[in-house]
Design a binder for this molecule. Structure first.
Ligand SMILES: NC(=O)c1ccc[n+]([C@@H]2O[C@H](COP(=O)([O-])OP(=O)(O)OC[C@H]3O[C@@H](n4cnc5c(N)ncnc54)[C@H](OP(=O)(O)O)[C@@H]3O)[C@@H](O)[C@H]2O)c1
Length: 242
């Protein structure tokens, strides 16, 4: 069995204070990892999880990320789950109504922030270490009002393939979640949220949204499977097969 043990390994989850990232942190902790999480401290209290080391950090800032990695030091595994909510920015719309400033903010909060984490992490990352990024099913699924969201998520997957070759033997992968029940939808009005959940469940073969812990397992797999690199792990309840 050549699974990479997380026992005693340092695992950093950037975006780990809520949603999918928080579940990655919980599982890594259960598997014996020394777990650090980082977030801006905006959406949740910072004292969320016993046993993890919390860092305040804004992935939109190079200086903040440099300070984070100076604090964390050498690291074995980095999972990145940051984003700006597309729903909050109102870019889940048609091209004729699209606000390009909001698209730029989305790309900044998701693609560029993840890219910045990679740049900040590399000087500290073990040679057998991993970085696992996050895209989304919209990178390839045809979904109404997703032209801009799709492009940003596809860019993450494209960059990861290049980086996996460039940075080997370090391993770089991407998790592409389907729609997942997390805090990201808390900002929606309850009736709109209900309607949205029903619409998504209707087009997913498993007929429901994902739970954050179901998505989180794939980041752990990416850390533990020593032969996995340059790959997108789709965890979408079958949405890509229609
Ligand atoms: N939920 C879904 O349906 C879904 C579907 C497809 C893809 N995804 C992707 O999966 C990832 C996780 O989504 P989620 O739903 O779990 O998100 P979430 O519940 O909104 O949590 C996002 C986490 O990232 C942190 N964060 C956001 N911006 C940050 C920044 N600039 N610097 C540092 N931390 C930051 C947040 O904390 P602070 O705000 O306190 O910083 C929070 O801990 C995202 O990349 C998202 O696009 C989600």
């Amino acid at each position: 069995m050549n699974a990479v043990s997380l026992d005693g390994k340092k695992v950093l989850v950037v975006g780990g204070s809520a949603g999918i990232g928080l579940e990655v942190a919980k599982i890594a902790l259960q598997l014996g990892g020394v777990v650090h999480i980082a977030s801006r401290g905006k959406t949740v209290p910072t004292s969320i999880l016993d046993g993890v080391i919390y860092h305040e950090c804004d992935a939109k800032s190079d200086a903040s990320l440099r300070a984070l990695f100076d604090e964390v030091g050498s690291v074995d595994h980095v999972a990145v789950t940051v984003h700006e909510s597309a729903a909050r920015l109102g870019i889940d719309t048609t091209a004729d109504r699209m606000n390009l400033s909001a698209v730029i903010e989305y790309a900044e909060g998701k693609y560029l922030s993840q890219y910045r984490v990679i740049q900040a992490a590399l000087p500290h990352l073990a040679m057998d270490g991993t970085i696992t990024l996050t895209s989304g099913v919209a990178s390839r699924a045809i979904m109404a009002n997703h032209s801009a969201i799709s492009g940003v998520n596809a860019a993450i997957e494209a960059s990861a393939r290049q980086l996996a070759k460039e940075q080997a033997p370090r391993r770089i992968n991407v998790v592409a979640p389907g729609v997942t029940e997390t805090t990201t939808y808390d900002a929606m009005l309850p009736e709109l949220r209900e309607q949205f959940i029903k619409q998504i469940a209707a087009v997913v073969p498993l007929r429901r949204l994902a739970l954050p812990e179901e998505i989180a397992l794939s980041y752990i797999f990416a850390m533990q499977c020593g032969y996995l690199t340059g790959t997108v792990i789709d965890v979408s309840g079958g949405q890509l097969i229609g």
